[in-house]
Design a protein around this ligand. Structure first.
Ligand code: HEC
Length: 307
C-alpha cells in the first residue's frame, strides 16, 4: 500500500509537469481554434455544453447516492457498522482521524484569542499530500530543466520563436517576390536592386538596346517616347511577354519575376541620360502621371481665405 501510494504521487508529479513544459503548445491550441470555421465552433460549443451537462448530472447522482446511503445508514444500524471503502479512504487520505470532541481537552493549547482556544490538530492528510506532491513536482521540475536540460527555458523558447518567425518572414518575402507581375510591380530604385538590374541588362539586353540604352535593333530606352508605354508596369509587361513579331524576346522563362522587376527598374533609370548613338524616338511621348491625392482640399474648400 505504501509503495502504491508513493508511485501514485510520483506519477502525479511527472504528469503535472507537462503543462509547464507545454507553454508553446498551449498557444498553438488557441491559434488552432481561430482557424476553425463557424460551423465547427458551434459544434465544439455544443459538445462543451453537453460535457458540462453530463458532469453536472454525474455530480448530482453522486450527491444523491451519498444522501441515500446516509439515510440508509441511519435507518439500519447494522449497516452503519459496516465500513465502506469511501469512508476508509476519506479517513485515511482526506480528513484523517480527528479526535472525538470529548477528548479534545488533551490537545488543547493554552493559547486563546477572543475566547477562542487553539487545538493542536494535525494537518489534514489531503493538505499533507498536496505538500508532498509539490516537493516531488519541484524535484522533477528541477531535474528536468536544470540538471538534464530536457525542457526549454523561457529564453530558449523565446529564441526558438524568433527563429521560427525569421523563417516565416523569409517565406513571406519569397512569396511576395515570386508573385510580382505586371499588375503589382513596383519601381524599385534601391541600390542593390538597380545594381542587379544593371548586371541583368548588361548580360541580356545590350545586343539590341546598346550598353547605354541608346538603341539599335531595339528602340532607344533613354528618351521620353515609348512604343508600349513608359510606366513600370508597361516596361515590365514588354520585358516579360516580349514583342515577338518585332524581335523583342519574352524573358519570363529566363528571368525570375524579381529579376524582371530589377531590370525594368534599371531601364527606367536610363531615362533622361544621353547615350553615345541615340536612336530616333519611336512611339508616343510618355509623361509620368503625377499622382495627386483625389480628396485633397484646397484653401477655398476650407474657407481659409481672408474675407
Ligand atoms: C534580340 C534583340 C532584343 C533583346 C536581346 C532585347 N530587346 Fe527589348 N526590344 C527589342 C525590340 C526589337 C523592341 C521593339 C518592339 C516593338 O517595336 O514593339 C524592344 C522593345 C523593348 C522595350 C519597349 C520599348 C518601348 O518603346 O516601348 C523595352 C522596355 C525593352 N525592349 C527592354 C528590354 C530589356 C530590359 C531587355 C533585356 C532583358 C531587352 N529589351 C532585350 C529587341 C530586343
Amino acid at each position: 500500500m505504501k509503495r502504491f501510494k508513493l508511485i501514485l504521487i510520483f506519477l502525479f508529479g511527472i504528469f503535472s509537469t507537462f503543462p509547464a513544459l507545454a507553454q508553446t503548445s498551449e498557444i498553438g491550441w488557441i491559434e488552432g481554434l481561430s482557424t476553425l470555421g463557424s460551423g465547427e465552433v458551434t459544434l465544439l460549443a455544443i459538445m462543451g455544453i453537453l460535457l458540462l451537462l453530463i458532469i453536472f448530472l454525474m455530480l448530482l447522482m453522486i450527491y444523491l447516492l451519498v444522501f441515500l446511503s446516509s439515510v440508509l445508514r441511519k435507518q439500519s444500524p447494522e449497516m452503519a457498522e459496516e465500513s465502506s471503502w469511501w469512508l476508509d479512504f476519506k479517513q485515511k487520505y482526506i480528513v484523517g482521524e480527528m479526535k472525538p470532541v470529548a477528548e479534545e481537552k488533551d490537545i488543547q493549547l493554552d493559547h486563546t484569542y477572543d475566547g477562542i482556544r487553539e487545538l493542536d490538530n494535525f494537518m489534514p492528510p489531503w493538505l499533507r499530500y498536496v505538500f508532498y506532491i509539490t516537493i516531488v513536482f519541484a524535484v522533477v521540475y528541477f531535474v528536468n530543466y536544470s540538471v538534464l536540460g530536457i525542457g526549454n527555458t523561457q529564453l530558449e523558447e523565446y529564441e526558438q520563436e524568433l527563429a521560427l518567425a525569421a523563417v516565416e518572414t523569409e517565406q513571406r518575402q519569397l512569396l511576395a517576390v515570386s508573385s510580382i507581375d505586371e499588375t503589382n510591380v513596383q519601381y524599385d530604385a534601391s541600390g542593390p536592386s538597380i545594381k542587379a538590374g544593371m548586371a541583368l541588362y548588361e548580360n541580356n539586353c545590350v545586343a539590341c538596346h546598346a550598353i547605354d540604352g541608346g538603341g539599335g535593333v531595339g528602340p532607344n530606352l533613354t528618351d521620353k517616347y515609348w512604343i508600349h508605354g513608359g510606366a513600370i508596369e508597361d516596361v515590365f509587361r514588354v520585358v516579360k511577354y516580349g514583342v515577338i513579331e518585332k524581335g523583342m524576346i519574352p524573358w519570363q522563362d529566363q528571368l525570375s519575376p524579381e529579376e524582371m522587376q530589377q531590370v525594368s527598374s534599371y531601364v527606367l533609370t536610363l531615362g533622361g541620360t544621353t547615350p553615345a548613338n541615340p536612336k530616333d524616338p519611336q512611339g508616343d511621348l510618355y509623361e509620368p502621371a503625377i499622382e495627386e491625392p483625389v480628396d485633397a482640399l484646397t484653401e477655398d474648400d476650407l474657407g481659409l481665405e481672408e474675407s
